[in-house]
Design a protein around this ligand. Structure first.
Ligand SMILES: [Zn+2]
Length: 269
């Protein structure tokens, strides 16, 4: 399993595990297809110029994510989403963390306050301290809410402009100064024009596109007519739990909310 609370951050060494990324995609050995974790990459060692970021320990071994500036020979690159959603819970956590730390490193090459180059990270935590103004830059984590809403034995499902054919829940970023529950109520009203009640927390999931933390909720319909927000929601409707359209995969919290909610309705209502 992944252990992230370690005392100091080592530099890359030959016994470590390396996760390779190129332009945000995940690299795997050509001979192994897109099976990232089935076969460990052993014939790669970073040079001092390689952008390597320490991720923690994976079953006692140090893990680094490396941001490569060109494709190495013998590797293929696969979009993160395709690999991430095929992983079990533990590998999902490792890959999510690796990707978010790689994004942090890429996005913080210069101080956001004074523009000074940020050379080195702290040796015990993931922060870069500006040598000019001492401003600290941490990995950015953006809280989002996602909510499954029921009305009797039906679930509200929506298709957004980015999800294309698949139906999902209502989701959105938490605004500055807002609680999670307020964000749930506001997003539902903004995206489909409904009032909801009995908001209950379900679970959370890191969503590395690029650095969201999804907080999942269940809720019940209270009032209003479905009114999709132009430019955001292509269509939204109530669906009987026995007749759901194509929805998000179970590896995502969106899929988990839908299937868990459907099971709850079958057993209790
Ligand atoms: Zn600075």
């Amino acid at each position: 399993m992944l252990q992230i609370g370690v005392n100091s951050h080592p530099i890359p060494h030959p016994e470590a595990i390396f996760l390779l990324m190129y332009k945000g995609n995940v690299l795997t050995l050509e001979s192994h297809g897109s099976l990232l974790f089935k076969h460990q990459i052993t014939d790669f060692q970073p040079t001092p110029e390689t952008q390597s970021i320490y991720c923690g320990q994976w079953y006692g071994k140090d893990v680094f994510v490396c941001r490569l500036s060109k494709m190495p020979k013998g590797f293929i690159d696969t979009p993160l989403r395709d690999i991430l959603l095929a992983q079990d819970h533990e590998h999902y956590a490792l890959l999510s963390r690796a990707r978010q730390l790689a994004t942090w490193d890429a996005d913080h090459q210069f101080c956001s306050r004074c523009g000074h180059p940020l050379a080195n990270k702290h040796d015990r935590e993931h922060t870069k301290i500006c040598s000019n103004c001492h401003h600290r830059s941490y990995p950015r984590i953006s809280p989002c809410i996602i909510v499954s809403i029921r009305k009797g034995k039906q679930l509200l499902l929506a298709r957004g402009t980015t999800t294309q054919t698949r139906f999902s829940n209502i989701a959105g970023f938490v605004e500055a100064g807002e609680t999670l529950e307020q964000a749930v109520e506001r997003e539902v009203y903004e995206e489909v024009g409904l009032k909801i009640k009995n908001i209950r927390y379900y679970s959370s999931q890191p969503w590395s596109f690029p650095h969201q933390l999804m907080a999942g909720f269940f809720a019940e319909y209270e009032s209003g007519e479905i009114t999709p927000a132009p430019g955001e929601i292509i269509e939204a409707d109530w669906y009987d739990i026995h007749c759901l359209p194509e929805v998000s995969p179970k590896a995502s919290i969106s899929g988990q909310l839908i299937y868990q909610h459907a099971d709850y309705i079958k057993e209790n209502l």
